[in-house]
Design a binder for this molecule. Structure first.
Ligand code: ATP
Length: 520
């Protein structure tokens, strides 16, 4: 774990040093859990957003986009349930004065139990070798069974107490499980209290409370409120989806772990409207498709898992998280939720406007059901950074390299004249002028070539193109590959074609839609 902590610290400092992420308002000592994206960060973020957008809107004839305002009529949040129910249970440790989410403390406890079980399995695997039957061992080994039962029992009880809003029982459970504050090491806890996560603000100069507004805590409600506007103007037929990316705001109780949990962050959400009764089919479809999106980036499947929810939100009849193994453990990056007709019905009730759909195929009018996919752009960014960061020994010295999927790299092609003489810079400029229409290019003419390669490695540039005197004679350059560090001499005329395939979203998007797609 210490090693993992260390890696996470390195990712954070590397992000700052190379212009990916800065603490907000750093000159004023920073603002907690708010971050700014620098020149490299903004490119990576934009590329991730574009890849998501293309996979949704460009690839599906029945998904269209929307950009709703952050401010919405305050009744929106009454209808959605956020005013009454968008709470987290918080608890303080009296000795360390540190604040925690009570549910997270219990989930962490359960995870620890599961890890203990996994350790037993690992040991047994080593001992028994080839003949080891893992499934059987998990079912029958008393210690492993015991750990799993402890974990499941804790999570089940927590879900029941949260549902019943029984905060006293929740506190008693924390005590019974002997959960200690990691800072003070004591179990000296305050009462558990509910805390609403929405940020309030005011519109206009009026002091009366009718002008009280909320900063949206999710982008989804802008989609629901516009359901009919979009359906009618874009002539959409069910099933269809509306996609949106944009800022959301949550007054998080515990905001550690860098950009993983921020108070201002960006979501990429798609609400898919379906016939009532067909939601489970679509829920499974989107779970599968979204997992494929992650895999299409070449990320390691061993670092992924689904977590199906025990405790469902007030609007859902099924929910699953896609979790990634960050250096601080498996955590949610994306949620797939079957939201039923809760939201549209609630907005109907509060606005007095019908939000229904007439289905010509079955000659029926109904309120559609909704399956949502919701991913945090900043969390995906952090996932890519954690996946990408590597330190390697090269000829006795260290190189830090970001193995960012080439298509997402902030700089895709670095163009480097070997020296500043013999027309090399002019040739390099000529190549850059041609390539910049297709790729993110950076001209890099300063310092020794080795130093330039390291600089590009550190920001994750997949291709470095070097123009040297030899190539001036036969119109060639060398291309140096980030991951293998191999170099090859290629014709300038072939350069674009050579790298196009890997850098274009086309190849990756095809991987997601490879199987016959039901959502076309
Ligand atoms: P968590 O359990 O981590 O608080 P959540 O279940 O409340 O997350 P959702 O409401 O499902 O999250 O939001 C969808 C996605 O938005 C999450 O999967 C996550 O990627 C992102 N997200 C949510 N809260 C934050 C935050 N405070 N900072 C950054 N990203 C966030």
């Amino acid at each position: 774990m210490a090693q993992q902590d260390d890696i996470f610290k390195k990712v954070i400092s590397h992000s700052k040093e190379y212009g990916f992420v800065f603490q907000s308002s750093e000159i004023y000592d920073g603002l907690a859990a708010v971050y700014d994206y620098g020149p490299m960060g903004i490119e990576l973020k934009k590329n991730i957003r574009d890849y998501w957008w293309n996979s949704m809107v460009k690839m599906h004839e029945n998904i269209v986009g929307l950009d709703a305002a952050i401010f919405m009529h305050p009744t929106t949040w009454k209808a959605s349930g956020h005013v009454d129910a968008f709470n987290d249970p918080l608890v303080d440790n009296k000795d360390s004065k540190k604040r925690y989410r009570a549910d997270v403390l219990i989930e962490d406890y359960a995870e620890k139990q599961r890890e203990k079980g996994n350790k037993e399995v690992k040991k047994a695997k080593k001992r028994f070798g080839e003949s080891f039957d893992e499934a059987m061992f998990r079912q029958t080994n008393p210690r492993v069974v015991g750990y799993a039962a402890k974990a499941n029992d804790a999570v089940k009880r927590m879900a029941a107490y949260l549902d019943a809003e029984d905060l006293e029982a929740l506190k008693a459970l924390i005590e019974e499980l002997e959960i200690k504050c990691p800072v003070s090491g004591t179990g000296n806890w305050t009462e558990v209290r509910q805390f609403n996560l929405m940020f309030g603000t005011k519109m206009g100069a009026s002091a009366d409370s009718s002008s009280d507004l909320w900063l949206r805590p999710e982008t989804a409600q802008g989609i629901f409120a516009n359901f009919l506007n979009v359906q009618k103007t874009a002539r959409m037929k069910i099933p269809f989806g509306i996609a949106q990316t944009g800022k959301a705001f949550r007054n998080e109780i515990v905001a550690r772990q860098f950009i993983f949990r921020q108070r201002e962050f960006e979501q990429m959400e798609m609400q898919f409207f379906v016939r009532p009764g067909e939601e489970m089919k679509w829920y499974e479809y989107w779970k599968d498709t979204r997992y494929k999106w992650h895999m299409s980036l070449g990320l390691n499947p061993e670092n992924y898992r689904f977590h199906d929810h025990e405790k469902l939100a007030h609007y859902a009849n099924a929910a699953s998280d896609i979790e990634y193994k960050f250096p601080f453990g498996f955590k949610e990056v994306e949620g797939i939720h079957s939201r039923t007709d809760f939201d549209l019905k609630a907005h109907e009730a509060h606005s007095g406007k019908k939000l229904q759909y007439f289905d010509p195929e079955i000659n029926e009018r109904y309120t559609p059901y909704v399956v949502e996919t919701s991913i945090g752009l900043d969390r995906m960014f952090l996932l890519i950074m954690c996946h990408a960061y590597r330190e390697e020994e090269v000829n006795g010295s260290k190189r830090v390299v970001l193995g960012i999927p080439p298509m997402l790299a902030p700089v895709q092609v670095a163009i480097m004249p070997l020296t500043k003489k013999d027309g090399l810079p002019e040739k390099a400029r000529e190549i850059m002028e041609d390539m910049k229409y297709d790729f993110n290019c950076q001209y890099d003419g300063k310092d020794a070539i080795g130093k330039r390669y390291r600089r590009q490695d550190a920001i994750g540039t997949p291709y470095c193109i070097t123009i040297d005197p030899e190539g001036m004679e036969d119109d060639t350059v060398t291309i140096r590959y980030r991951d293998s560090m191999e170099q090859a001499r290629v014709k300038i005329a072939d350069l674009r074609g050579l790298i196009q395939d890997e850098l274009s979203m086309r190849t990756h998007l095809k991987k997601i839609l490879k199987k016959e797609s039901v959502a076309q």
